[in-house]
Design a protein around this ligand. Structure first.
Ligand code: AHG
Ligand code: MN
Ligand code: MN
Length: 335
């Protein structure tokens, strides 16, 4: 384990030694981390803090918001609007982009987030998290608008998530591999606990919501059917299954010990390309997974190559151990 390197020191070194991050981006990441710390405290208090339960409102996705969805969204907005590092923000919980108010200086970055991922797990004390993605505002003097956000995931300059589980862990990439930081509550800071995270290329573990089986497309049906046949089937090995229903927690397991995660397009809502959102779920997770040697696709296309046409665009997601994701892709090309 790396001893006592705080997130602050890690970021300073990335800036100073490797020249990877400008000071404004460093400040931005510090503020996001501070927000996650504050969300982590709210999550920890649970019923004692009055943060559990529904909020009696719906978000743009038509989902009932939980109190913590709204609290986490407010924490992130309030912490990030005044520092001068951002031009605008976008969130799962807000229909439109949030432009930094005139009373504050405008910076050159755009921040996107899923403030609280895994909302169905809030009230049952199962791991949840925050996912974020950072883009640069395209050059030009024009006022910032939604079109500035519509960049392919390969243009992200930083991405990460914070998982609020038995430990609070912040996972980050600035394009130089993946680093993990554990929140030390006594020190009040994130401490580097793993660097250069690597996902094993092969796996015997898949994550998918099996209750949707009858709605899946043929390639996904065939892939899972082959896995379920285990050592006697075409894969020649037994598979284990996990589904936490918090993408952050499923991705964290995959970064830790390998595996594949699938939330594919299905026939429940055929007009929608998938359930998960491209810009603040699939893109940041896809980049982290690639930075750790894994792969992230829709089944037929690399996620980071997709150019979004709207802020809350949805996408089919298949990510994790590189060889297994490629193998799943072969079922799509057989069609
Ligand atoms: P969110 O709570 O931000 O809306 O995201 C929930 C997502 C994702 O975290 C998880 O993998 C998936 O929805 C779970 O969906 P099902 O309940 O359909 O399994
Ligand atoms: Mn989510
Ligand atoms: Mn969410």
């Amino acid at each position: 384990m790396t001893q006592n390197i705080s997130l602050t020191r890690y970021l300073v070194e990335q800036q100073r030694v490797d020249g990877l991050i400008p000071s404004q981006l460093r400040l931005l990441l510090e503020v996001v981390a501070r927000s996650c710390k504050s969300i982590s405290h709210a999550v920890n208090k649970g019923a004692l803090g009055g943060v559990l339960g529904a909020a009696e409102s719906e978000n743009v996705q038509g989902e009932i918001q939980k109190k913590l969805d709204i609290i986490a969204n407010e924490v992130l907005i309030e912490a990030n609007e005044w520092g001068g590092h951002l031009a605008a923000m976008a969130s799962e919980e807000m229909e439109d982009i949030y432009v930094v108010p005139n009373r504050y200086p405008q910076g050159e970055y755009l921040l996107l987030f899923d403030p609280l991922d895994g909302s169905s797990n809030i009230d049952v004390n199962v791991s949840i998290g925050t996912i974020f993605s950072v883009l640069k505002k395209p050059d030009g003097d024009a006022a910032v608008g939604e079109a500035d956000f519509l960049q392919a995931g390969q243009h992200q300059v930083a991405a990460g998530y914070c998982v609020y589980g038995p430990q609070t862990t912040l996972v980050l990439t600035v394009g130089n591999g993946v680093a993990m930081f554990t929140l030390d509550r006594e020190q009040g800071s994130f401490v580097l606990t793993q660097e250069n995270v690597q996902i094993p290329p092969d796996t015997q573990e898949f994550a998918i919501n099996m209750s949707n089986m009858r709605h899946w497309d043929t390639p996904v049906q065939r892939y899972v059917a082959d896995c379920l046949q285990g050592a006697d089937g075409p894969r020649g090995k037994d598979f284990n299954m996990r589904w936490i229903a918090s993408m952050v927690a499923d991705v964290h397991r995959i970064l830790t010990r390998g595996g594949v995660f699938l939330y594919p397009w299905d026939k429940r809502e055929p007009g929608k390309p998938g359930k998960l959102r491209l810009m603040y779920e699939a893109n940041p997770m896809g980049w982290l997974i690639e930075q750790a040697g894994g792969a992230a696709t829709t089944g037929t296309q690399r996620i980071l190559d997709l150019t979004p046409s709207k802020l809350h665009e949805r996408v089919s997601v298949i990510l994790g151990s590189k060889n297994e994701v490629a193998h799943i892709g072969s079922y799509f090309s057989k069609l």
